[in-house]
Structures are given as C-alpha cells and as structure tokens.
Design a protein around this ligand. Sequence first.
Ligand SMILES: [Zn+2]
Ligand SMILES: [Zn+2]
Ligand SMILES: [Zn+2]
Length: 318
Amino acid sequence: MSTLNLGLQCVGLMREKGDDEFEKEASKCNSLTSLRETAKKDPNFKSAAIDSLSHVKSLLVQVLRRLKLKDKTFTPFFPASEIDIDTLWNEAIRVDSTLNREESITTKKLPGKKDLNAFLQHCCTRRHYSFQIKKCGSDSCTICRPPRLPKQVFNSLSVLPDPVPTEDGHYKSFEELLGTPTDGSFRPSLQKVKKTLPFSASIQHVKNVDMMLQCEECSMWRLLYSRCKLTRQEKVDLNDAVEDLAFTCGAPIQDLHLPGRLNDVYTRQIHCEEPIEKLYYTAKYTPICIYCAQNVDDVPADQYPQCCLCKDKPIIRK
Ligand SMILES: [Zn+2]
Ligand SMILES: [Zn+2]
Ligand SMILES: [Zn+2]
C-alpha cells in the first residue's frame, strides 16, 4: 500500500468539465450512490459521466504503471464491462435460478438459496482476500457440470494456495505450495505475534503520545505508547508521518524508521477485531464500543461500553 501511496503523492485529481446539462445534474449528486441512481435513469448522463472521468483515469493508470515493488511493475486492470457483468449474471442464474439481479444476497439470506449454497460448498474456495471456483471435474456432476477444457489441461489447474510459514519465520514459496491443500489459518493478519511492548504499558505511556491509529481492515483504534513525553513538535512530526499510513493492527511503527525519539513509539501487537485496549478507557477518550469502536452514548460504571449491535457479546467488567 505504501508504494501505491507514493505514486499518488502530488497528484491532484480533476475530472473533465461536461456540458451544462450534465454539470447541472452532477451537481445535484453528492455521493456515488446518487450518481449511479441518476445514471440508471438517464443513459446520456451515464456516458457523459464516464467521459468526464476518462482523462483522470488514464492519468492514474500511467502513474501506477511506473511503480515497482521488488522490481515488478504494477499492472492496473480495468473494471468489468457491462457485457462481462451480464455474462457473469447469466452463469450465476444457471447455478441458481432463484437469483435475481435486483436483490442483494447477504450471508443471512444464503440458506434460502439452496442451489447457490450447494454450489458454494461443492466447488468454491472462499478466503478472506480471494474467491475461487474450480469445478469438481466429474462428467456426471449436476452441481457444477462437466468441465469444457481438455481433461489434461483441466487436471493441471489448481486453486491458489494460502500462505504457509516455514520454521525460520518466512513463508513457503508459491511453487512449493501450488497444488497442495492449504487453509486460511496462516493469513498474516491472523498470526499470533509474540513480541509485545518493550515495557509494561501504563496510562502515562499512552498520555506521552496522546494519539491513536485506526486499522484499515477492522476499523479498530489502537493506542500509541512512548516512554518519554513527546514535545508538541514531535507530535506534529508523528502525525505527519502516520497521516497517510495504511495501518493494520499489530503493524510495528518501527517499520517507518522515524527519527529521534519517535523511533521509540510503539503499538501493541494485537490482532484485528480484538477488543479496544483497556487503557483507551482509562485515558478517558470518546466513549466507544469495546468490540467494534462505534460511538456509544451510555457508559456503564462497572463494565466497558458495548454498542447495541454488540450487546450480545460477553460483558467485560472493569
Ligand atoms: Zn461438480
Ligand atoms: Zn485491525
Ligand atoms: Zn459494537
């Protein structure tokens, strides 16, 4: 993510001005949803919107193509076309004829979609960051139907493997794992991290920095700790350094190689979705749900706050 951020630094984004009618309609839309609603009703508006964005999109593509990670250049890809989406829907309806394009399928509704459910169980590999389908390969299967590829080619295909660690703390190579059964349990964001703070955390360590980071994955707030009290200037510098940081739970701030005493600022090595640190509440920051970081109104005296969506989770007493 930080490489991508590099590419986007110093880039101002501006779309092309469209004709007056388009601009008038566009000015009434203040979100992507309302833009989409207007585009649904008016095909002219839709093509004008696409035109007005095309320059800035090609500018971004050019910039991103110049970025590299470990000597490999980035490859931007283009969003699915209307035809691609129609094709996918037609295939999906072949899997389960009760599917309807206007109706969104949530996990709750899944049990009601028997055929889709059977398909997902039968030949799909669902992971946190990926979704893969590989037919079972049987010529008589009625769930995923026989493969159309030549048998030899079909048999040489495998689903993408999950990361598997080696004993020295690195990950096994893709080549080594391809074709072997793996599961998602070694996903980096799930790993137990052994190291924690290099000192035993107190409220003073929190107050010394008086700043938090929000995880991009789970949106939980994580405290920053420092042994010495940061000056106003150090806080400004720290804030600048983390402003564009794509932070995820447990990521060490030391990776930023910050100068001077800022290199002595730490986050606790916790996982995504783990409850908010108790020192957050000791520091008397804005009351939020300990499980999901939503703002809460009621703050009970003897237990940590839980929002109405998390009220069924176990109570954490003070
Ligand atoms: Zn099958
Ligand atoms: Zn997280
Ligand atoms: Zn909650």
